[in-house]
Write a new protein. Structure first.
Length: 175
């Protein structure tokens, strides 16, 4: 079983009580080290690993490894190093990668939570629902952490100035 595994589209649609995001397209969760069969996590076409360690290789699934620097507090999205890392991940998502996509880190809440928050912010999801989606996770979570991250994004066009096409993110995930 993958810790904090869920369909982000389904969660947001339930929280907002309307269909905003496509379901079965974006999943989030914790480490895959104990997973033998990718059917355990809805068989994504692409896995984005945010951990420093490598994932097991699953045939016919594209594996993308974009680790963050663990010594950096990832919730501080206004930090230059964190911002660069987030831009790398979002740039990868804007490319022509196959869906469904699974984004994961060790516990599926911190690094994954920041990246999912960035995606949801780009898609225009109101911050209260981004926070509620984050709070669905198990573990040491706090509204203050995700609220700090959301405020650190500031102006999205400026924050994601390295991403060639933010509208490819919305095309991929919005209904």
């Amino acid at each position: 079983m993958i810790r904090n595994f869920r369909d982000v589209g389904y969660s947001i649609n339930i929280l907002m009580d309307e269909t905003i995001l496509r379901e079965n397209v974006l999943f989030r969760g914790g480490t895959l080290l104990n997973v033998a069969d990718p059917a355990e996590f809805s068989t994504p076409k692409t896995i984005i690993n945010l951990r420093r360690g490598r994932d097991p290789i699953f045939p016919e699934i594209q594996n993308i490894h974009i680790p963050s620097e663990d010594k950096i507090e990832n919730y501080q999205t206004d930090n230059k190093i964190t911002r660069k890392w987030i831009n790398r991940v979002v740039s990868e998502l804007a490319r022509e990668i196959e869906t469904p996509i699974l984004i994961h880190c060790t516990a599926g809440k911190d690094r994954t939570g920041i990246i999912v928050a960035a995606i949801l912010k780009i898609c225009g999801i109101p911050e209260q629902y981004i926070i509620e989606e984050y709070l669905l996770s198990d573990g040491d979570i706090a509204i203050q952490k995700i609220a700090m991250s959301l405020s650190g994004f500031g102006n999205l066009e400026q924050y994601f100035n390295r991403v060639k096409s933010l509208n490819k993110i919305t095309e991929k995930f919005l209904s």
